[in-house]
Design a binder for this molecule. Structure first.
Ligand SMILES: Nc1ncnc2c1ncn2[C@@H]1O[C@H](COP(=O)(O)OP(=O)(O)OP(=O)(O)O)[C@@H](O)[C@H]1O
Length: 723
């Protein structure tokens, strides 16, 4: 241990003890104040704020900060050490410098954005751009009040003053459990830029596998809540993710960052709730089965497959034309006659409809016009010469109002949707031209579904759009910010509809086109999404550095993209070297395929990895394998798409369900031409599977491997079982 290091350690230990004492004092003082339980509103608010502070201080006491940055602003007399933590703590006597600076504060951005160099640097503060010099960037690891590690990643006074990755590599080398974790102590400059981007922008982030997209999006939410306190609330933010298990997997990050109550949902659940449809969505596993349980499929992947068409702006336009033509044809023909001799002219009704109630969406407009007619009837009834006539007229008028209301078109999303797909007749006056442009294949399959009231996920955006045009949305339904994870599987139509549900185009849209294994419904280029917004309302970021996997795994996965997908979205590894990837041919001497897979699992588990996954090509294979292994491998979980919770440990699952997850070690089963074709679709699946591994990747296969797994250099991949 060098002298410098020792003195740094001692210095930090002293500072830590001081910080802990001060936090402890503040906490004790707050705990000493009796909890207010009375009815005074102001007192209640003060109590709530004290309680919030108690919780924050108690949390901060265990691990007050993770970083130190020594900075001297141009106007400052001397450099100041700034300590940065998950929770900001002011000093009790408000001195110049807070005890701990919140990682989201403007000055803390320097800790992340500073990339070394002699030159002065700047950060944006509320009072303007602040310029100055960084002298030291130091990471400290504190656990339960104990200083465990001190690592300088930059020191202006050292001989090599460059920001080093040493601490990041140490962090990445750790094993993972069943939860995604926060990365506040090691956020990288390119990630920080995204986290701190302005609120009212539709951010589109293309990030290679493992580049931290999901993690960064969650940190961005925490930042927005800090920076735009007055404008956004957690309850009005939502994260859309592909399934419940994934939501469970990411569910710890925000609480770790001190942020709770953000809504999390799948798009389907949320849409069904808004639409209030009272029958279930068709089981997606049928679609997944169609695309994943057989090989190949790319030849069918053009724009007239149902998912692509129903996610397109062509259908969106058809719907708006239908609603527009409905607007002109809705008011029933003829005058309204509540009883013989009394007439309310159609012109009057049209006037109410087109002028007075014009600002209302169609369904509301109909309600308003019918209520107005009712009021008119009441007024006329009051003029009745006798009680008897009043009663007679009232009875007639009630019946006629009812039958007049029935003559209006049915403003109901599913009915209109059926009319578009010709399962029901179009309302009177709407042109048959409307249907033109629906590809035959889509028309037929949708008609078959709709006749049986089967609604699929891809039908939800058109239905939502109709719902929106008919009813508009309520203030409660409008979000302050929307995060869309795995956005390459979303359609332009989905985003366009969601845009109605969010204020100021405030989106974080993140995905990876190389992992677009749901390309039968998702986007093929990000322009399909960015073109939905005005250029000033959108920004595009590309994350190319991958943090999850070792260099060997990333180079190997890049090879799959290069050879199998002809993609240029290659990942750049962080310099973290591990064992080469292993390509292992099933060894007959060791028994059947299952014995080989079991052996692989045992060998890897002996290395004390906490999470290991066996990835099969299909769900059926995962089920069978799980059944065969479960008695021999303790705690082996099957992940089959119906799971709500991710348990970690050892899992068997089909590749397509592994998206978004990560494991210390991954075993890809059956990576041979009997299971994976030589096409880009299968290559993408293989890419997704391989990039789930953090530290070790073993690929087990039968006779022949597909071309994109061949010819890899020896230091990246080796053949055969380990000695
Ligand atoms: N700056 C960082 N410091 C430490 N770890 C990081 C950093 N950025 C990302 N990671 C880690 O890299 C892994 C991948 O992150 P994440 O799952 O957010 O990536 P992703 O881009 O969403 O991946 P994928 O698209 O492959 O699912 C996680 O373990 C995360 O903690």
């Amino acid at each position: 241990m060098g002298e410098d290091f020792q003195s740094a350690y001692q210095e930090e230990e002293k500072r830590l003890n001081e910080a802990i004492s001060e936090i402890d004092r503040q906490l004790e003082r707050l705990q000493g104040i009796d909890v207010y339980t009375g009815h005074d509103f102001t007192e209640q608010i003060l109590e709530a704020s004290r309680e919030e502070k108690r919780i924050a201080l108690a949390k901060s006491l265990q691990e007050p900060y993770f970083g130190r940055l020594d900075f001297q602003g141009k106007q400052d007399q001397e450099r100041k050490p700034l300590y940065i933590g998950k929770i900001g703590v002011d000093r009790e006597v408000v001195a110049e410098q807070p005890l701990v600076i919140d990682w989201r504060a403007p000055v803390a951005s320097l800790f992340y954005s500073f990339t070394g160099g002699e030159e002065s640097t700047t950060y944006e503060a509320p009072e303007g751009l602040i310029e100055g010099l960084v002298f030291l960037k130091r990471n400290v690891v504190i656990r339960k009040q104990i200083l465990e590690r001190v690592a300088d990643t930059y020191n202006r006074e050292s001989e090599q003053p460059a920001v080093s990755d040493e601490f990041l590599v140490y962090r990445l080398g750790e094993n993972k459990d069943n939860r995604l974790r926060d990365i506040v102590s090691t956020i990288q400059a390119e990630q920080d830029q995204i986290i701190r981007a302005a609120k009212n922008t539709a951010l589109i982030i293309q990030g290679v596998a493992g580049s931290g997209k999901t993690t960064v999006a969650l940190h961005r939410l925490a930042f927005l809540l800090y920076q735009y306190k007055e404008q956004v609330t957690a309850e009005k933010m939502i994260i859309f993710a592909p399934n419940h298990m994934f939501l469970d997997y990411i569910s710890d990050v925000l609480p770790e960052l001190g942020v709770g109550d953000i809504q999390q949902s799948t798009f389907a659940d949320w849409a069904m709730d808004i639409l209030d449809l009272n029958f279930p969505l068709a089981d997606a596993s049928e679609t997944l089965h169609y695309w994943f349980e057989r090989e190949g499929g790319t030849s069918e992947l053009n724009d007239d497959v149902p998912g692509r068409f129903k996610g397109s702006l062509i259908l969106m336009k058809m719907i708006s034309s239908l609603i527009e033509s409905l607007e002109h044809t809705s008011v029933p023909e003829g005058d309204f006659t509540p009883w013989e001799g009394k007439v309310l002219s159609r012109d009057k009704i049209l006037y109410w409809y087109h002028e007075e109630y014009k600002p209302y969406p169609l369904a509301k407009r109909k309600e308003r016009v019918m209520a107005r007619i009712h009021r008119w009837v009441e007024m006329e009834l009051k003029k009745s010469p006798s009680e008897k006539i009043y009663k007679e007229h009232k009875k007639k008028a009630t019946q006629r109002e009812k039958s007049y209301a029935v003559k209006w078109p049915k403003y109901e999303p599913l009915t209109l949707y059926k009319q578009i797909f010709r399962t029901l007749k179009l309302p009177t006056g709407c042109s048959e031209e409307l249907h033109k442009g629906i590809p035959d294949k889509v028309l037929k399959s949708t008609q078959q579904d709709l006749k049986k009231d089967i609604i699929r996920e891809e039908d939800l955006s058109p239905l939502l759009y109709i719902h929106y045009l008919l009813n508009d949305i309520t203030t409660e339904q409008r979000f302050d910010h929307i995060v869309i994870d795995e956005a390459q599987d979303f359609s332009p139509f989905q985003i366009a509809v969601l845009d109605f549900f969010v204020r100021g185009h405030s989106f974080t849209i993140l995905g990876d086109l190389s992992q677009g294994i749901h390309a039968y419904r998702g986007v093929h280029h990000w322009e399909e999404m960015s073109s939905l917004f005005q250029p000033d309302d959108t920004a595009y970021f590309a994350l190319t550095r991958s943090y999850r996997s070792t260099m060997e795994i990333i180079e190997f996965a890049n090879g799959i993209l290069e050879k199998g997908v002809q993609s240029d979205l290659m990942a750049v590894p962080v310099f973290r070297s591990g064992d080469p990837v292993r390509l292992i041919s099933y060894n007959q001497d060791m028994g059947v395929r299952t014995d080989n897979l079991q052996d692989a699992l045992h060998r890897l588990s002996a290395k004390e990895y906490r999470t290991i996954a066996i990835l099969t090509r299909t769900l059926q294979e995962a089920r069978e394998l799980h059944e065969q292994l479960v008695n021999n491998v303790a705690d082996l979980h099957l992940i089959d798409g119906s799971k709500q919770v991710y348990q970690g440990g050892f899992s068997v699952l089909p590749v397509y369900l592994s998206k978004g997850l990560e494991f210390d070690a991954v075993i890809v089963a059956d990576a041979d031409t009997d299971h994976y074709g030589h096409n880009s679709w299968d290559a993408k699946l293989m890419y997704v599977g391989c990039t789930r591994a953090l530290h070790e990747l073993w690929i087990l296969h039968g006779k022949d491997v597909p071309s994109y797994l061949r010819n890899t250099e020896e230091d990246i991949a080796i053949q055969g079982w380990p000695e």
